[in-house]
Structure formats: C-alpha cells, structure tokens
Design a protein around this ligand. Structure first.
Ligand code: NDP
Length: 241
C-alpha cells in the first residue's frame, strides 16, 4: 500500500536490522517508500531495504553511509533515529565509561545523524525527523541513569529543532515506547519481565509493529502540524508524562 498523499520518499532508519528499527523499516516499505537502514555490520535489514554499515558513534562512518544512501535513494527526507543501547547498573556501580558510552550512542549518535541530513531537508523545505526515546526518559527507572538521561535528552533535541526549523516544513518528534518485545527486553530476567507486565495498564509488552505505525504516521503528510511532541506507545505505563 502506498501512502496516497506522497511520492516514494528517501527514508533512513538507524539500527534497522532488528527489533523496533526493522519493524519501522518494514512499515515504510509497505507504504512504498525507498528505505535504507543502518547496522554496524552493514548486514541484515528487511528485504527491499538498502542496508549500509554505520556506527552512530563514528561521524566518518555516518558520512560514508549517508553518501551511499543519497546516491541510491536521493537526499534523506525522513530520518528515524532509532539506534540505541542499554548498559544498566545502579548509580553507585555505574562507571563514567558506561554513562559516556550510552550517551554517545543514544543521544550524541542521534545528533550526529540529524546534523548530516538536515541541510537537504532545509533546502527542500520539507522533512520529517522522528527520534526513538523511551518511557524511561520521563518516568525514570532504577539502574538506568545513563539510559534515562540519553532518552530525555532527545526531547530537548526535538523541541529545539522544532523552534529552529518549524517554519521550514520540517517536523521533529519523539516517540517514547514502553516495553516492546525485542532482544533488548528479552534479555531481562523472567521475574523482571513479569513485574513490568503487572505495572503496565495494558498488561502486556507491545509488538514492534505497534511502534512502527505511530512512527509512519508522524512521518506522513497528515502529521504536518505535529512537532516537538512526545508520543507515548507504552500501554499506559507512563501516563501523566
Ligand atoms: P535492539 O537491541 O533489538 O536493536 C538495537 C539497534 O540499534 C540494532 O539495530 C543495533 O545495530 C543498533 N545499534 C546499537 N548501537 C549502535 C551503534 N553504535 N551504531 C549504529 N547502530 C547501533 O533494540 P530495540 O529494537 O529494542 O530498540 C530500538 C530503539 O528503541 C532503541 O533506541 C531503544 O532504546 C528504544 N526502545 C526500546 C524499547 C524496548 O522495549 N525494546 C523500549 C523503549 C525504547 P547493531 O546490529 O549494529 O548492533
């Protein structure tokens, strides 16, 4: 199904070889867009997508990846900054290196990617930026001081960008998923998964496709007047954000 309101667009999703990013890539492909995804290995990604190697902590590798994407699909019109990691430790045990690593990937990595696609969006006076945050960015979570800081920082990026570029047809929004069934959450112990399920009003983790559909909407023409927003996809866990 093609989105009737737009021609196929050049869409870039960081970290699109698995989990939520892969599901987002599949949703844009289903809508008929030209989709590129990154992974550190340059492998994986859904059929029909261009997979390029990029490490979001390395500006040079991002430069090369975006050049390849632009040559194949044209300037990036929709960016989904999704690549992210966790490295959980209670604060007393969290080393500076852990904090810096998580911030460098989740927050600075998103900044680096946005910075490299924004010029062509400004020239075209059209663009969509969706930053994948987390319920944890606003709700907090023990053992995730690094992760929570990185994810709430994305809100600052989206809101500052909205004020800078809102008049140029560019929107920047944040999607804040709750607990989604991916490798990231499967690595949690069964007891912890059960306690999270009890805390979620919906009583379950979400399928990655439930996040993907919201991202695709924010990237559509129908969402032209939504910018600087934080959209929860969390089964009610973070109500009152
Ligand atoms: P996964 O661990 O399944 O996938 C993470 C993705 O990020 C992979 O594609 C990985 O690629 C990529 N990645 C990690 N580090 C880098 C890096 N330095 N450079 C480039 N790519 C990198 O995670 P999820 O799909 O669960 O999570 C996706 C996003 O959603 C993350 O930002 C996460 O914080 C967020 N999120 C997830 C939730 C969940 O419940 N699962 C809840 C809320 C938010 P590679 O193959 O190279 O490792």
């Amino acid at each position: 199904m093609t989105d009737a309101t737009t021609d196929p667009r050049s869409v870039l999703i960081t970290g699109g070889n698995r989990g939520i990013g892969r599901s987002i890539a599949e949703e844009f492909l289903r809508r008929g867009d030209k989709v590129a995804v990154t992974s550190r290995s340059g492998e994986g990604g859904p059929e029909g997508a261009l997979t390029v190697a990029a490490d979001v902590t390395d500006g040079t590798s991002l430069d090369a990846a975006i050049k390849t994407v632009e040559e194949a699909h044209g300037p990036v019109e929709v960016l989904v900054a999704n690549a992210g990691i966790t490295d959980d430790q209670l604060l007393l045990r969290m080393g500076d290196d852990s904090f810096e690593k998580v911030l460098d990937t989740n927050l600075t990595g998103s900044f680096r990617t946005v910075k490299r696609v924004i010029k062509s969006m400004m020239r075209k006076k059209k663009g969509r930026i969706v930053l994948i945050s987390s319920v944890v960015g606003l709700y907090g979570s023990p053992g995730q001081v690094n992760y929570a800081a990185s994810k709430s920082g994305l809100i600052g990026i989206a809101r500052a960008l909205t004020r800078e570029l809102g008049s140029r047809g560019i929107t920047a929004n944040v999607v804040a998923p709750g607990y989604i069934d991916t490798e990231m959450t499967q690595s949690l112990g069964e007891d912890l998964q059960e306690s999270y399920r009890k805390a979620i009003p919906a009583g379950r983790f979400a399928d990655p496709a439930e996040v993907a559909k919201v991202v695709a909407f924010l990237a559509s023409d129908d969402a032209a007047y939504i910018s600087g927003a934080v959209i929860p996809v969390d089964g009610g866990l973070g109500m009152g954000h």
